[in-house]
Design a protein around this ligand. Structure first.
Ligand SMILES: Nc1ncnc2c1ncn2[C@@H]1O[C@H](COP(=O)(O)OP(=O)(O)OP(=O)(O)O)[C@@H](O)[C@H]1O
Ligand SMILES: [Mg+2]
Length: 264
C-alpha cells in the first residue's frame, strides 16, 4: 500500500488521562496510525502505555477520565474499528469455552444473521489464518490444553473476528518464550501486511518494538518523550532516557548471548 493512499486509522490529539483526584496519569499524548503501519510505544513500567491503549479502545476504569480526542476509523460497515490483544492469553480466553466455539460466538456477535454453520467455517478459517495446524481437530480444544503461543494465536484470531482495521497489542508477546515470541511477532507482521491493518504495539522491550515498528514513541511518567522513525530513534536518540533504554537493551542482549554461550 503506497503511503499516499493509506487511510489514517487512528488519530489521538492531546490525550490526557486523569484519576478521580485530577492527578494526571497520561499527559498530552498525540499520535496516529495509518493502514499497513505499525507504530510502537515503549517505556518502563508505569509510563502510561496500557492506559493510553485502554483510552483509545474505550475500556478505561470508570474512576479515570480523559481530555483531548481520539478518532478511530471504521474500515468496513459493521466492522469494529479496533481490537486489542493482551499480554496474558490465558486470562483473555474464557476457560469454560472450547477455543473454536469462542471464535464461532465472537464471529456471530459481529456478524448478526450469520448461521452457526457459517460462523463455524469462519472460526476454522481464522484458526488457519493465525497459523494453527489442522484447525478442525483443534476446534474443540479447551484453552488449558493449548501452549502459551497457541493460546495467543487464538486470542489474535478472536481479535480478528471483529474484523478490525486496527490492532492494539499490549505486551502481546511479553509472556512468551523468545522462540514463540518471534513466531507471534512474525504472525502479527504478516497480518498487518496482508490485511492492510494498522497496529499500535506496546512493549517495555525496545528491541522487540524496534524489530516490528516503523515508528516509535518513547513514553515515561505519562509523557511522550520522543517519537520518530525507528531507525532515527535508535541511531540518533534525542533524549537521555531513550539512550538509557538503548544501553539497557544492549547489555541485556549481551547478557543473554553470554548466557547462551555458557549453556552451550
Ligand atoms: N485504575 C487506575 N487508577 C489510578 N491510577 C492508575 C490506574 N491504572 C493505572 N494507574 C497508574 O497510571 C500509571 C500508568 O499505568 P499504566 O498501566 O498505563 O502503565 P504501563 O506503562 O502500561 O506499565 P507496565 O509496563 O507495568 O504495564 C501508573 O502510575 C499506574 O499506577
Ligand atoms: Mg501496561
Amino acid at each position: 500500500m503506497s503511503a499516499a493512499s493509506a487511510r489514517t486509522l487512528l488519530r489521538v490529539d492531546d490525550l490526557s488521562i486523569l484519576d478521580g483526584q485530577d492527578r494526571v496519569l497520561v499527559q498530552n499524548v498525540s499520535l496516529s496510525v495509518d493502514e499497513g503501519e505499525t507504530v510502537g510505544v515503549v517505556g518502563e513500567s508505569g509510563s502510561g502505555k496500557s492506559l493510553t491503549l485502554r483510552a483509545i479502545i474505550g475500556i478505561l476504569p470508570s474512576t479515570l477520565h480523559t481530555t483531548g480526542s481520539t478518532t478511530l476509523t471504521q474500515t468496513e460497515p459493521g466492522a469494529q474499528a479496533a481490537a486489542m490483544v493482551f499480554q496474558e492469553p490465558g486470562l483473555a480466553l474464557n476457560p469454560t469455552l472450547r477455543v473454536g466455539r469462542l471464535l464461532q460466538l465472537t464471529w456471530k456477535k459481529h456478524h448478526p444473521g450469520c448461521s452457526d454453520k457459517e460462523a463455524k467455517a469462519a472460526a476454522i478459517g481464522l484458526m488457519s489464518d493465525v497459523g494453527i495446524a489442522d484447525p478442525p481437530s483443534r476446534f474443540d480444544a479447551w484453552p488449558h490444553e493449548l501452549s502459551g503461543g497457541m493460546k495467543q494465536r487464538i486470542a489474535i484470531a478472536s481479535a480478528l473476528a471483529c474484523e478490525p482495521g486496527l490492532l492494539l497489542c499490549d505486551e502481546a508477546t511479553t509472556a512468551l518464550d523468545v522462540r514463540v515470541q518471534a513466531q507471534i511477532l512474525a504472525l502479527l507482521q504478516t497480518l498487518v501486511t496482508e490485511r492492510g491493518l494498522g497496529m499500535l504495539f506496546v512493549s517495555h522491550d525496545l528491541a522487540v518494538v524496534s524489530s516490528v515498528c516503523e515508528r516509535i514513541i518513547v513514553m515515561r511518567n505519562g509523557v511522550m518523550l520522543e517519537t520518530g522513525r525507528t531507525e532515527d530513534v535508535l541511531t540518533r536518540p534525542q533524549h537521555e532516557y531513550t539512550r538509557a533504554l538503548l544501553d539497557a537493551n544492549l547489555s541485556r542482549r549481551m547478557h543473554a548471548a553470554t548466557l547462551g554461550e555458557v549453556m552451550r
